[in-house]
Ligand binder design. Structure first.
Ligand code: NAG
Ligand code: NAG
Ligand code: NAG
Ligand code: NAG
Ligand code: NAG
Ligand code: NAG
Ligand code: ZN
Length: 752
């Protein structure tokens, strides 16, 4: 992809428009020959190629889509799952699986390439955790945790010599002995609740449970509070199935295995993903490297199981604050034998030893593409990461790897039947996602220009199956293809995916962070979607980043028969086909416009009354009038978008029946559609603000970003939202101005 022409529209300003115009003329000249070729060859299309000119009503698959679905009646997802979970494949490791992926991509007809990046990252050397009791003769070790998960005879990948130890990606090395305290989930609010009680965190080890926010931010908040180390454990009180309620634990039942622990990255993902030493640019060769200190923790942390943290938490009983008194029932987990207290406990301390080896190490992305018939229409990118924290990883990420490979296999069947996609389709098997979205972020930073000029959409599948509930987070740009495709796939437990999804949700979710779409959606402004069947309340407990996320768990508990894997392949492939095949880019601008208006309305309810009369310093006299003005822009965009969609649909309808038109009229129509597509292709880029968000300029999208204080969960219009959170009226008005300018430009451009 590095060879593509560099036609990047700069995200902002008037310069861009001139650039686009020049490009239009240039492209028009350059593609004339191609267009003539296209139209003279139309009569010779195969049946599969003609499929795209049929009207695709809801619930009606085109012949091409039917052929695709038929190819997936055979289901090899279980085979791929078994292969991908057979050897350890931490970032940069599992070379056998890199080679195997290349081989499969080639076998299924993809043009394939491997690319490595040189990343600063850690591999675990040694760990240790002891509970010490201070006696008259000094301290004695009262208890030593193993920090190991039990090997299960039934589950082959939970044993052996090649297991990956308990550790955190980007954790700091250290050997600390200190008193320890319990801080619930370790959210910003949890730390603040205790700070308000004049709690002394200085020099303590914080014990927090998993949940609510990205683990790296737990460590960040602990570090900022003055703690010297962190233990993060999985509390069974957060599970639906619990041994304490009579459920059996894995491998005998759906409850959490008591020895399971969650590895994972503790990078500060909401500041910026990617190699922490190369902010904003690709890490290859001897590039300049920055000090990563503000992007990774400086205090050590370790994951631990609930079985092994119990004797430690028990010692806190009766010391410090009763957790219920601090934050009510929300502060109390499900462990038995003690009440939850904050501590510290007099005469007890912990020794936490974490030895990590840091170096610059290679990671390996694998790419494979199917070249489309119309290169001027750009390409779509489909990606899944390959690396896992454990030997298995049947769910995270290799359920997605299996589902994606099935799409590739089915597309190969279509190619054998004579099909070529209209737009190029590029598949990516990313490495290093788990540490900090490494492979995708470095790729996005390296090919930013090409991606912004030519990439229409990014489709991400990380975990395709960890439970039975379909979850979809997406840019509204993709709403139309996502909704249409839901109708065409059966949910393995009855009805269509459409019935299943909208039984629980009213619409698609907002992208935050935590997977490989981040660089595309939030840094480069490329419309993205993330999809997968997630674990919901009454699904068997999913052992996230634990040895029990294994092929055995998947085939006995998670997805026996691999039916959900197959459903996800069908869905992902259909979305891709709709995007590549339709002549007019299939999007409803109005659904984007409507979402924007809703997000804005929701934020309006949070603006304090006392702000309303504050002068803004701009051409609007007060915040109140600036808000009214912006609201009017949003409404106007809904109207403009609606008219635009009507025109787009009319053009597609005209194209569908244009086979009988004279040659020259078809060419004219083709150019009309090209102009329209050009505008649509860059719609998402229009939401980029080149200076980025406050304090984290890597995030450039004004509508979607990783949640600053949550990591995973996103919030719309982060600039406004964070200004409200921080009670910062100056920044609030700044973001009102930025958003108004964007909306005004959009309205100028989309006015028909
Ligand atoms: C497709 O793959 C070939 C071979 O690796 C490469 O030359 C080309 O640039 C790729 N095209 C895209 C759009 O990725
Ligand atoms: C897939 O796995 C099944 C069951 O283990 C086996 O019978 C079949 O031959 C495998 N197919 C391929 C293509 O590997
Ligand atoms: C403490 O040390 C003294 C002298 O070394 C020894 O006699 C005594 O038994 C020790 N006490 C405990 C509780 O270990
Ligand atoms: C950690 O530090 C303690 C002293 O605080 C020391 O006794 C122990 O040997 C150290 N552990 C390792 C593995 O270096
Ligand atoms: C502490 O809170 C628990 C509820 O979590 C309650 O049962 C217990 O009585 C409390 N203990 C004290 C000493 O307040
Ligand atoms: C970590 O382990 C290495 C290799 O065993 C050793 O040389 C180093 O001293 C250890 N670091 C610490 C902080 O204990
Ligand atoms: Zn993952």
């Amino acid at each position: 992809m590095q060879d593509e022409e560099k036609l990047i529209p700069s995200p902002e300003g008037n310069k861009k428009r001139t650039g686009w115009l020049a490009q239009n003329v240039w492209k028009a000249i350059c593609t004339l020959a191609l267009v003539i070729y296209l139209f003279t060859s139309l009569g010779h299309n195969s049946a599969a190629n003609l499929a795209d000119v049929e009207t695709e009503g809801l619930g009606v698959a085109s012949p091409l889509e039917k052929s695709f679905l038929t190819a997936l009646d055979e289901n090899l997802a279980g085979n791929w799952s078994e292969k991908y979970t057979s050897v350890p494949h931490l970032a940069g490791q599992g070379i056998e699986l890199v080679d195997w992926t290349v081989k499969k991509f080639q076998e299924y007809g993809l043009e394939t390439a491997t690319e490595s990046f040189d990343i600063y990252l850690n591999y675990p050397v040694e760990n240790g955790l002891s509970l010490l009791r201070e006696g008259k003769n000094g301290s004695v070790v009262e208890y030593r945790a193993t920090l190991k998960e039990d090997a299960l005879p039934d589950d082959p990948t939970t044993g052996g010599e090649d297991l990956i130890p308990a550790f955190h990606g980007y954790s700091a090395s250290g050997n600390v002995t200190a008193e320890y305290v319990y801080v619930n989930y370790g959210t910003k609010e949890d730390f603040e609740l205790l700070k308000n009680l004049k709690f002394d965190f200085a020099g303590k080890i914080a014990i927090v449970r998993y949940g609510k926010i990205f683990r790296g931010l737990k460590v960040k908040f602990a570090q900022e509070a003055g703690c010297v180390g962190v233990l993060i454990y999985s509390d069974p009180g957060d599970d639906f199935y619990q041994e304490a309620k009579g459920d059996k634990a894995y491998p005998n039942g759906p409850a959490r295995n008591p020895s399971s622990l969650q590895r994972g990255s503790v990078q500060f993902i909401s500041e910026m993903p990617g190699d922490p030493t190369t902010p904003g640019y690709p890490s290859q060769g001897d590039v300049e490297r920055a000090d990563p200190f503000d992007r990774i923790p400086s205090i050590p942390s370790l994951p631990i199981s609930f079985k092994e943290v119990t004797p430690i938490l028990r010692k806190l009983n009766g010391h410090g604050f009763n957790a219920t008194k601090v934050g009510g029932e929300k502060w109390v987990g499900g462990l038995k034998g003690f009440d939850y207290w904050t501590g510290p406990a007099p005469s007890y301390s912990l020794n936490l030893y974490n030895n990590q080896s840091y170096d610059i190490r290679p990671i390996y992305n694998v790419y494979g593409n199917i070249t489309g018939t119309d290169s001027s229409e750009g390409y779509i990118l489909i990606g899944n990461h390959r690396d896992a924290w454990i030997k298995g990883g049947a769910s995270d990420p290799n359920s997605g790897s299996a589902s994606m490979l099935e799409v590739i296999r089915a597309f190969h069947e279509l190619q054998l039947q004579g099909w070529k996609p209209r737009k190029t389709i590029v598949f990516a098997s990313w490495d290093g996602e788990e540490y900090a979205l490494l492979g995708s972020t470095e790729f996005g930073e390296k090919y930013a220009d090409d991606l912004q000029a030519n990439c229409l959409a990014y489709l991400n599948v990380d975990v395709s199956v960890s439970g039975k509930q379909l979850n979809i987070g997406a840019s509204p740009f993709l709403n139309q293809v996502l909704t249409e495709s839901l109708h065409l796939v059966a949910y393995p437990f009855g009805g269509t995916l459409f019935d299943h999804y909208f039984k629980k949700y009213e619409k698609f979710g907002i992208l935050g962070s935590g997977s490989d779409y981040t660089v595309f959606q939030e840094h480069l402004g490329i419309a993205s979607v993330d999809m997968g069947f997630d674990s919901s309340r009454d699904d068997p407990v999913y052992h996230y980043h634990s040895n029990y996320d294994s092929f055995h768990w998947m085939s006995t508990m998670g997805d026996p028969g691999f039916k959900l894997h197959n459903a996800l392949s069908r869905y992902l492939g259909l979305v891709a086909l709709k995007l590549t095949e339709r002549k007019v880019i299939p999007t409803e601008v109005k659904s984007y416009a409507t979402e924007l208006e809703l997000y804005f309305q929701a934020l309006l309810t949070r603006v304090p009354d006392k702000w309303m009369s504050i002068p803004t310093g701009g051409c609007h006299r007060t915040i109140s009038s600036a808000l009214a003005n912006l609201e009017a822009e949003f409404k106007k965009f809904v109207t403009n978008a609606d008219a635009f969609d009507v025109r787009a649909n009319a053009l597609q309808a005209e194209w569908d029946v244009s086979g009988s038109l004279p040659f020259w009229r078809r060419i004219a129509l083709h150019y009309k559609i090209k102009g329209l597509n050009y505008k649509l292709r860059y719609l998402e880029r229009r939401f980029l603000h080149h200076k980025g968000l406050d304090g984290r300029s890597w995030f450039k999208h004004i509508v979607y970003a990783a949640g600053r204080d949550t990591g995973y969960k996103g919030f719309a219009f982060p600039g406004l939202k964070e200004a409200l959170d921080d009670d910062d009226v100056y920044r609030f008005t700044k973001w009102l101005r930025i958003i108004r300018r964007k909306m005004k430009d959009l309205n100028d451009d989309y006015e028909i």
